[in-house]
Design a protein around this ligand. Structure first.
Ligand code: SF4
Ligand code: SF4
Length: 184
């Protein structure tokens, strides 16, 4: 019969020799492969004590951004929600009241902003769509959990720390974006 590919090999049906029947060479060969792996560099790491260096284009947990005065950038325009292919973003807009200028940069802000991390595919389209530099995907993971509701991240979970009140935490949250946080 004509073989389908040239990769097929004829099966050797010759009876086993005495040396082969005691299986020692096969066992020694297998153990030597195991031993070789003892001296190789481990491909695993002790997460979470250690983390791998991320690619510069890694997209992790979302951050809602503030400007350098600590005001929320988001103007609740909804472009990120429209751009999201997974329909993971929900928001409610509210109007800024007199006296709230120190809290919100624009006249409209997101009174409620939620991301369902179980739906999110971390594509980054929300970041691309945002005209206000108000959302970006950081270098941290969304932590694992046993309950689905814990994966609905509210505005409080997502907001970056205040740059004046918590400068260290703010800098850490910015990560590699430090210095790129331009106000448009
Ligand atoms: S990263 Fe993609 S899937 Fe996740 S919220 Fe943003 S647009 Fe939606
Ligand atoms: S995060 Fe950006 S795109 Fe989304 S509602 Fe706020 S300002 Fe608009």
């Amino acid at each position: 019969m004509q073989p389908l590919t040239n990769r097929s090999q004829a099966v050797n049906r010759a009876p086993l020799t005495w040396w082969e029947r005691i299986y020692l060479p096969a066992i020694i060969g297998g153990l030597s492969i195991t031993l070789k792996h003892f001296f190789r560099k481990k491909p695993t790491i002790n997460y979470p004590e250690k983390t791998r260096p991320f690619s510069p284009v890694f997209r992790g947990l979302h951050i809602l951004n503030r400007d350098e005065q600590g005001r929320e950038n988001c103007t609740a325009c909804g472009l990120c929600a429209v751009a999201c292919p997974a329909e993971a973003i929900t928001m409610e807009a509210a109007e800024r009241l007199p006296g709230e200028e120190h809290l919100y940069r624009e006249e409209k802000y997101a009174a409620r902003y939620e991301i369902n991390m179980l739906r999110c595919i971390f594509c980054g389209l929300c970041e691309e769509a945002c005209p206000k530099d108000a959302i970006y995907l950081s270098e941290t993971f969304a932590p694992s959990d046993y309950q689905r509701k814990q994966f609905i991240y509210s505005k409080n979970d997502l907001l970056i720390p205040h740059p004046e009140k918590e400068p260290e935490a703010y800098k850490k949250a910015l990560g590699n974006r430090a210095g790129k946080n331009e106000v448009k």
